[in-house]
Design a protein around this ligand. Structure first.
Ligand SMILES: Cc1cc2nc3c(=O)[nH]c(=O)nc-3n(C[C@H](O)[C@H](O)[C@H](O)COP(=O)(O)OP(=O)(O)OC[C@H]3O[C@@H](n4cnc5c(N)ncnc54)[C@H](O)[C@@H]3O)c2cc1C
Length: 319
């Protein structure tokens, strides 16, 4: 018997009259799955959700679309005495496109990111990444916030968020704080969030420059696949095609998604036509620190990182 099964059924439950609890035992896949034995909190306001978060901390497991956390739960990797469901909080589903910044609620789904023309126009890297995420069902349920908080190095929205210099707004009953995407991830499935905090929204500054960007997801097959590698490359150009800003972000090539600073420094200040795509690709391959796992070896990841960087830059140069 897995620990979580034993622990989940023996652990004392959180109590309180405000629980919207529904309790029933179910049988699934021939083993006891204590789905209904956990209490269920489904607040309609953010304040109430933050209050629950403050009161229960990790004892109430946050559930957004559930496409990560339910998998972990049924695998016995997450113990649950109560759920904190965010789906009724309308404020977390909003998207605001201002002149200075774009704000995306943590409960915005991948389907929304993939299909809303405002996202396609202003944040093409994110729209493309969302459109290649899992299946249609996963895109319909899965949220931006869930992808971020899961903090897998292979999370498909993470390289785009780094490339866009996103900031994450974390909230608790004591107030809000902002963390740059680059500083949020601390290791595989680890981040700087405290147990009384929720991810509220993602803020992305609007670039004043003309931008070119390329997204690439590499996996063992074309669809419904966890990435072996992702890349989000973004160049800001002045009117003479000089690169005034470069962001090269990669996923699944290090313990956290990363920005390749050597690549960025090499590109910045050069005119797009004089850039050596080969040189940038070599720098990228050198800068990542991948591991060998079921989705690829170290050598494979370095080679592919090089190749997709070269390909993206050549494509940009050819217009
Ligand atoms: C078949 C399948 C295919 C998939 N394919 C892909 C893929 O191609 N690319 C990819 O990147 N991922 C993929 N995933 C993983 C998953 O769908 C995504 O990571 C998704 O974005 C998770 O979002 P969610 O809303 O379902 O998160 P949930 O499962 O609800 O939550 C994930 C984690 O975040 C926490 N959390 C969620 N929202 C908040 C919040 N606002 N504040 C604090 N904590 C929060 C939860 O407690 C949990 O720990 C796939 C999953 C499945 C099952």
């Amino acid at each position: 018997m897995k620990n979580s099964q034993r622990n989940v059924s023996s652990r004392p439950k959180a109590s309180g009259s405000d629980f919207e609890a529904e309790k029933e035992n179910t049988q699934e896949l021939g083993r006891e799955v204590p789905v209904g034995s956990a209490d269920y909190l489904a607040p309609e306001t953010l304040n109430k959700a933050l209050e629950y978060r403050s009161r229960y901390g990790y004892k109430a497991v946050v559930i957004a679309g559930g496409t990560d956390v339910m998998v972990d739960y049924f695998e016995g990797l997450t113990e649950v005495s109560s759920w904190l469901d965010l789906t009724k909080i309308a404020a977390l589903k909003e998207m605001k496109f201002g002149p200075e910044e774009i704000r995306l609620g943590s409960m915005v789904t991948h389907l929304k990111l993939a299909t809303d023309p405002r996202v396609g126009e202003n944040l093409p890297l994110l729209a493309e990444a969302a459109s290649e995420m899992g299946s249609w069902q996963i895109q319909s349920r899965g949220t931006l916030g869930g992808n971020i908080v899961t903090s897998s190095p292979a999370g498909d929205t993470l390289a785009p968020l780094l490339a866009y210099q996103a900031r994450f707004v974390l909230g608790s009953v004591s107030g809000q704080r902002e963390v740059a995407a680059e500083d949020f991830f601390t290791g595989p499935k680890e981040n700087v969030m405290n147990q009384d905090e929720l991810l509220l929204e993602v803020m992305i500054p609007v670039s004043r420059e003309r931008t070119l960007s390329r997204w690439k997801k590499v996996g063992k097959r074309k669809a419904v696949i966890i990435s072996s590698l992702t890349m989000a490359l973004l160049l800001e150009l002045d009117e003479k095609d000089v690169i005034t800003g470069a962001r090269a972000a990669y996923g699944a090539v290090a313990p956290t998604p990363l920005r390749a600073e050597e690549v960025e420094n090499y590109l910045a200040g050069k005119s797009l036509s004089e850039v050596s795509a080969e040189r940038a690709g070599e720098l990228a391959a050198r800068e990542i620190s991948p591991i060998t796992d079921i989705r690829g070896t170290v050598a494979y990841r370095r080679q592919v990182t090089r190749d997709i960087t070269v390909e993206a830059l050549l494509d940009m140069q050819q217009g």
